[in-house]
Design a protein around this ligand. Structure first.
Ligand code: FAD
Length: 283
């Protein structure tokens, strides 16, 4: 049940936040996911620990190897920072999150820990092979995003741990970025299926491909068979058509209120052809 008297504590620094979380506090950053869950009575923490203004989690810093994004950096801040210009795929996906208000409140850390198969920041994070940097009572550790996310709402976060930051390694070259999310309406859409891609091309053919699908399996997935089969293909939707069944078979969708499993599989296949078309159009 929602407790109107639920206490929110604002720690001075990360060390104090970790102590409070070990003492049973639940972290809250933007609150856009957590307050919905509290209202529904899905969770009833002893007290909340507001981590949204901790300087250690508000870092946005370019290093030699890539970009460090503090967990409490909001989607809106990422969209407006010149530091994310080198990651257009991240911007394409973040732009589709909720509404301007949700983008202003919601954080990358919250999106990652929420571990929704429809989490829109997750598609670019899987494509970019991001690392999730964690801190807790036993120190710091780092996990690839695909090892951190274990299933819908399930992560490898240990008791007392926080996501400190997400690290995005720089890419070689400038691959073509693609992100499309299909939903039941135009605004405030939760994806029925989404496809993100990074495509490196050479001489009119695919040199290398990374694909990530959202909302068609318990976690975001990288269909490696399709990525490999794309190498060497001409940039032409007709030359990719035979890969549609391969992509569909890589999905493990569920049927729910938003769409049937079969529809999700079909949408995933169509998105592959849309990617090819969009790649062809930009030449
Ligand atoms: C109307 C609406 C529309 C939305 N639309 C979209 C959408 O289109 N796409 C999408 O992907 N999401 C969407 N969301 C979901 C949500 O806005 C995002 O997932 C957002 O990024 C969550 O961030 P937050 O800071 O608000 O998380 P919070 O609600 O503060 O936290 C979410 C969870 O993560 C935990 N947590 C937060 N930060 C940390 C941390 N650093 N370490 C450990 N645990 C942490 C919290 O304890 C909680 O369990 C929508 C939500 C609403 C209400």
């Amino acid at each position: 049940m929602w407790k109107s008297s639920l206490r929110i504590v604002k720690p001075r620094d990360l060390a104090e936040a970790l102590e409070l979380i070990s003492a049973g506090g639940k972290p809250v950053a933007g609150g856009t996911d957590l307050f919905v869950r509290l209202r529904k009575g899905v969770e009833s923490p002893q007290f909340l620990v507001y981590i949204g203004e901790l300087s250690e989690l508000r870092v946005l810093e370019e290093k030699e190897e890539g970009l460090v994004i503090g967990a409490a950096v909001t989607h809106a801040e990422l969209l407006s920072s010149p530091l994310t210009e080198k990651f257009p795929i991240l911007r394409l996906a973040l732009r589709t999150i909720g509404s301007p208000a949700i983008q202003a409140m919601g954080t990358i850390g919250g999106n990652v820990v929420n571990a929704s198969p429809a989490g829109d920041s997750l598609v670019p994070l899987y494509l970019l092979e991001a690392k999730v940097q964690l801190c807790g009572p036993e120190g710091e550790r780092e996990l690839p995003i695909s090892d951190f996310i274990l299933g819908p709402g399930k992560t490898a976060l240990r008791p007392g741990e926080l996501v400190r930051s997400v690290f995005l390694p720089f890419l070689d070259g400038s691959p073509y970025p693609y992100f499309r999310k299909v939903g039941r309406r135009r605004a405030l859409v939760i994806a029925v299926a989404s496809l993100g891609a990074l495509i490196w091309t050479e001489g009119g053919r695919v040199k290398k491909a990374r694909l990530a699908l959202g909302s068609v399996a318990p976690t975001v997935i990288r269909p490696k068979e399709v990525e490999e089969a794309l190498v060497g293909r001409p940039i032409d939707p007709e030359a990719w058509r035979d890969l549609v069944p391969l992509l569909s078979s890589a999905t493990k969708p569920i049927s729910d209120l938003r769409a049937s499993a079969d529809y999700r599989r079909k949408v995933a296949g169509s998105l592959l052809l849309d990617l090819a078309q969009s790649l062809q159009n930009r030449r």
